[in-house]
Write a protein that binds this ligand. Sequence first.
Ligand SMILES: NC(=O)c1ccc[n+]([C@@H]2O[C@H](COP(=O)([O-])OP(=O)(O)OC[C@H]3O[C@@H](n4cnc5c(N)ncnc54)[C@H](O)[C@@H]3O)[C@@H](O)[C@H]2O)c1
Length: 381
Amino acid sequence: MATRTIGIILNGATGRICSTQHLANALVPIRDEGGLAVGADRIVPRLKLVGRDAARTEAVAKKFNAEWTTDLAQALADPDYAIFFDAAATSQRLASLVQAIAAGKHIYSEKPVAPSVVHGLALLGSAQSHGVKHGAVEDKLYLPGLQKLYRLAQSDFFGRVVGFRIEFGWWIFDGTEVPGQRPSWNYKRKEGGGLILDMYPHWRYVIENTLGTIRRVATLLSTATPERVDERGQRYTVDVEDTASTLVEMQSGAVGTILSSWATRVRRDDLLTFQIDGTKGSAIAGLHKCWTTTNAQIPRTAHFSITTDANIDYRSHWTEIQDAGPFKNPYRVGWEDYLRHVVADAPLKADLAAGLRDVQFAEACYASMKDGKWVSLEPHS
Ligand SMILES: NC(=O)c1ccc[n+]([C@@H]2O[C@H](COP(=O)([O-])OP(=O)(O)OC[C@H]3O[C@@H](n4cnc5c(N)ncnc54)[C@H](O)[C@@H]3O)[C@@H](O)[C@H]2O)c1
């Protein structure tokens, strides 16, 4: 087996998602296990980290045995690096990707891949005309719970799907008594914040890959916590939504709801749950587990009892799917697919066009809120 090195520039390397997932759980293990097998070759990532703060970038580079710089332009000028990956703050994404494409790099991007569909289409056109390959991070589909749900959908467990429900979120402290658990830029429009832009790209690919095409959406947004305290103890005004409720109509006619909130206290099976109801059966997935039920398992509920509690444990009619895996880290799955695409032209579902459809979904929800009406999700051309 021949070993081939592939240079990868990682922008935003000191950030949470780049360091804890893309480096620690994906690229570093691939490299340290001797590379990714592709045909007769092993593809070994060579990593160059780009960050704004020299001391922090150097520390992360040391930890992961990588090279580093604070000069993005210099990194992009180096022909030893064929791939540019962006996981820096959302507001900087477009400029960095434009720069990388112009430098002839293949690009891979965290979500959202662009601030709007119009910008994303221009980016896609530019990637195509420069002949560079492109990919988008669509990790949540590879969560063990959602994989189990996906497999049920593939196996026709549900019959005709009649509806679905996604519930997501937990309580984010406002920083006054307990430090907030999300960076302050998440709460500022100018810096690419907002729950929709942050989370809805995920819901798009999770829903469409599992259940088919979305026809239209109607969304209501709100801000539960209008003032917060940032990382330096400064108060600031939140100018984005931290709560979103969306109705989704599928091409198939099925109807779904998505409730996402950074201002809710969890009392459900997991931080994220995705329930699908079909004529033959239902299933609900959390991040790791998935439970199913059928008409043979559920009670024949006839009416409420207003005088006494019927004392039924509705969860007892559900069966947990026993599947210990193995389930690969979702970010590693993404990198392996993307690297196979770059070096061996393997088909890649999560390309920039898919990432753009994720943005289109988020944008449609914002438009629905602004105009107070349903917005259709015609595929963009
Ligand atoms: N796939 C996922 O599930 C997932 C999860 C979290 C975040 N993300 C995405 O990853 C990106 C980073 O999120 P994070 O949570 O790691 O954020 P973070 O704030 O922890 O990290 C952001 C990184 O960008 C850098 N940065 C911040 N502001 C910048 C600026 N103005 N100019 C240049 N660099 C800047 C920071 O130094 C840091 O390295 C976001 O686009 C976010 O949407 C994706």
